[in-house]
Design a protein around this ligand. Structure first.
Ligand code: NAD
Ligand code: DAU
Length: 353
C-alpha cells in the first residue's frame, strides 16, 4: 500500500493510473478536491478495490494520522499543492497554506507514524516529495541547465512556496532521519491537465475559435516532459533513489512558448481543420506575466546515470498524443471549463489586452 496526496489533479491522477497498471499495488489517494482536483480524472478506476479515494487536506493532522494508522503505507508520494503560477500572483495565500504549512503538517504526521514502525519497515519506508524546476529561478540564454546543486532562487509566490516545502523535506531528513526523496521536474503536459496551463488552454481555445494568449514576446523557454515519463521517473526514484537525495527530471526538450503554440496549431490544422482558416490566426500577444521567468532547462544526468531513467516520448510523439486526447475527450474539457473556470479566465486575461 502507498499513500498518494493530490491524486485527483493532473500529474497525481496520471500517476495513480500508471502505478496500478505498472505495479498492481493498492493506493490510498488523499485529495482536497480544490478547483484543480477532479474525480473525473479517476473515472477509469471506478469500482477498482485497489484504489481508495479520501477527500481531505494534507494539513488535517487528525485525518492523516488516522489514514496512516489504518492503511500502514510503505511510502507517501506528495503531489498535493497549489500549482499555477498566475493564480499565485493573484492570490498567494492558498500557496503558503498548502505548499508550506500543509507540507509541514504532513511531514509531522508521517514522522510520528514512521518513528513507531518496526526497524525493517522503518528502513524501507520512503517519503517522496514531488517538486519543480522553478525553485532554481530563471536562466539566461547561454546558462547551463539546472543541476541538483544549483542554489534556489525562486521568483514567484508559487516557486517560493515550493522551495520552502523542499527545504522542509530536506530538514526532516537531516534532523529526524526521515527517509525522504525529492524530485524537481520540468513542465509536464498530457491527458487530464487543467486548461489554465499553456498547452491545454491553447488546445481548448483553438477548438473554440478563441484567442491564443501569448504572454510578452512568446520567447520564454520551458523544458517539456510528457506526463507518463514523469510518472515513470517517480516510480524509479521511489524504487532505487538514495534517501536524502534530490533528482532533477526533464525531457531534454527546451522550446520557446511560441513554437509550442505553433506546433499545436499545425496539429489541429491536420486533425481538426477549421473552415475559417489556420488556427495560428488566433495567436494574440497579451501583457506579460509579472516576474515572468525567462528560461528553465534541466540537467537530468543524475537520474539517467544513477537510476537509468530516460524519457520514452519525444515532444513530437507526446504532443500528438496530447492533442488527440483532448479531441477525444471534449466532454471532460466541457465540464472543467464551465462555472468557476470562466471566472478565472475573466480575472487572469481581463486586463491583459
Ligand atoms: P494540479 O494543480 O493539477 O493538482 C493538484 C492537486 O492537489 C489537486 O487535485 C488538488 O485538489 C490537490 N490539493 C491541493 N491542495 C490540497 C491540500 N491542501 N490537500 C490535499 N490535496 C490538495 O497540479 P499538478 O500539475 O498535477 O502538479 C502536481 C505536483 O507536481 C505539484 O506539487 C506541482 O508543484 C508539481 N509539479 C508540477 C509540474 C507541472 O508541470 N504541472 C511540474 C513539476 C512539478
Ligand atoms: O516548470 C514546472 C512548472 O511548470 C510547474 O511547477 C508548474 O506547476 C506548472 O504550472 C508549470 O509552470 P509554468 O508557469 O511554466 O506553466 P504555464 O503553463 O502556466 O505557462 C507556461 C509558459 O507559457 C510560461 O512561460 C507562461 C506562458 N503562458 C501561459 C499561459 C497560461 C502564456 O504565454 N499564455 C498563457 O495564457
Amino acid at each position: 500500500m502507498i499513500l498518494v496526496t493530490g491524486g485527483a489533479g493532473f500529474i497525481g491522477a496520471n500517476f495513480v493510473i500508471d502505478w496500478l497498471a505498472a505495479t498492481g499495488d493498492p493506493v490510498v489517494n488523499l485529495d482536497k478536491l480544490t478547483y484543480a482536483g477532479n474525480l473525473e480524472n479517476l473515472a477509469t478506476m471506478k469500482g477498482d478495490p485497489r484504489h481508495i479515494f479520501v477527500r481531505g487536506d494534507i494539513g488535517d493532522s487528525a485525518l492523516v494520522d488516522r489514514l496512516l494508522a489504518e492503511h500502514q503505507p510503505r511510502a507517501i508520494i506528495n503531489f498535493a499543492a497549489e500549482s499555477h503560477v498566475d493564480r499565485s500572483i493573484h492570490g498567494p495565500g492558498d500557496f503558503i497554506q498548502t505548499n508550506v504549512v500543509g507540507t509541514y503538517h504532513l511531514l509531522e504526521s508521517v514522522r510520528g507514524y514512521w518513528s513507531a514502525l518496526p526497524e525493517a519497515e522503518k528502513a524501507a519506508f520512503r517519503f517522496l516529495h514531488v517538486s519543480t524546476d522553478e525553485v532554481y529561478g530563471s536562466l539566461a540564454a547561454d546558462d547551463p541547465p539546472f543541476a541538483e546543486t544549483k542554489a534556489f532562487e525562486p521568483n514567484s509566490p508559487y516557486s517560493a512556496s515550493k522551495a520552502a516545502s523542499d527545504h522542509l523535506v530536506r530538514a526532516w531528513h537531516h534532523t529526524y532521519g526521515l527517509p525522504v526523496l525529492t524530485t524537481n521536474c520540468s513542465n509536464n503536459y498530457g491527458p487530464y491537465q487543467f486548461p489554465e496551463k499553456l498547452i491545454p488552454l491553447v488546445i481548448a481555445n483553438a477548438l473554440a475559435g478563441k484567442p491564443l494568449p501569448i504572454y510578452g514576446d512568446g520567447m520564454n523557454v520551458r523544458d517539456w516532459l510528457y506526463v507518463s515519463d514523469h510518472c515513470a521517473a517517480i516510480r524509479r526514484v521511489l524504487e532505487a533513489g538514495r534517501p536524502g537525495e534530490t533528482y532533477n527530471i526533464g525531457g531534454w526538450n527546451e522550446m520557446p512558448n511560441l513554437d509550442i503554440v505553433h506546433t499545436i496549431c499545425a496539429l489541429l490544422d491536420e486533425l481538426r481543420p477549421d473552415a475559417a482558416g489556420p488556427h495560428a490566426r488566433l495567436i494574440t500577444y497579451v501583457k506579460d506575466r509579472p516576474g515572468h521567468d525567462r528560461r528553465y532547462a534541466i540537467d537530468a544526468r543524475r537520474i539517467e546515470r544513477e537510476l537509468g531513467w530516460r524519457p520514452a516520448e519525444t515532444f513530437e510523439t507526446g504532443i500528438r498524443k496530447t492533442v488527440a486526447w483532448y479531441l477525444d475527450n471534449q466532454a471532460w474539457v466541457g465540464h472543467v471549463t464551465s462555472g468557476a473556470y470562466r471566472d478565472w479566465v475573466g480575472r487572469n486575461y481581463g486586463d491583459r489586452a
